[in-house]
Each structure stands twice: as structure tokens, then as C-alpha cells.
Design a protein around this ligand. Structure first.
Ligand code: SF4
Ligand code: SF4
Length: 91
């Protein structure tokens, strides 16, 4: 029988600057979906995302980082043109 000492530690950052390697998006139950026809490239979603999961495409539209987004929905709440909707995560 294993004791707690035999189980490898999880959810720790062992190497400085390596937190990006943890795919925290795996916890997500919902995901944001963009309707770029409504996006005016204002950048509010980028500013408000607490996980820095929104960047920019070359054409100036938001670029979503599916590996780190936790599905909090703040971007959808703050987008004043309603270009972002949350949908159930199925993948
Ligand atoms: S907040 Fe909405 S309108 Fe502004 S850049 Fe993000 S998706 Fe586009
Ligand atoms: S749902 Fe939350 S974590 Fe994901 S992109 Fe929007 S604000 Fe960022």
C-alpha cells in the first residue's frame, strides 16, 4: 500500500519561470467563443483576462490561448460589443 510520501507532488513549480508549461486550461468547464464580426479590436478582453490568455493576431483581432484560459468568463462580461460568448467545454 502507498503512503502519501510515495505519491509524486503535483501542482508545484519546480523550475523558476516555468509556470507557463502548466496547462491550466484543463480545468475549464466553459470556453469563450469570439464572434469577430462584432469585435472592434478595443483590447478590453486582453486587459481584463486574469490569466493573460488573450493575445493578438497579426490582423489585430484577439488570439485566444486555449491551454491557459480557465473559462472564468470575465472577457465575455467586459466585452461591450458582446463579441464573446461562453459555451460549455466539450473537448
Ligand atoms: S473586448 Fe470585445 S470588442 Fe474589444 S477586443 Fe475584445 S472581443 Fe474585441
Ligand atoms: S474566460 Fe477568463 S481566462 Fe479565459 S480568456 Fe476569458 S477572461 Fe481569460
Amino acid at each position: 500500500m502507498l503512503s502519501w510520501k510515495d505519491i509524486p507532488m503535483g501542482a508545484i513549480v519546480q523550475t523558476p519561470g516555468s509556470a507557463k508549461e502548466y496547462r491550466t486550461g484543463d480545468w475549464r468547464s466553459q470556453r469563450p467563443v469570439w464572434d469577430l464580426s462584432k469585435c472592434i479590436k478595443c483590447g478590453l478582453c486582453y486587459i481584463y483576462c486574469p490569466d493573460a490568455s488573450i493575445g493578438w493576431k497579426d490582423d489585430g483581432y484577439p488570439q485566444w490561448d486555449e491551454f491557459h484560459c480557465k473559462g472564468c468568463g470575465i472577457c465575455a462580461t467586459e466585452c461591450w460589443t458582446k463579441a464573446i460568448n461562453l459555451v460549455e467545454e466539450t473537448e
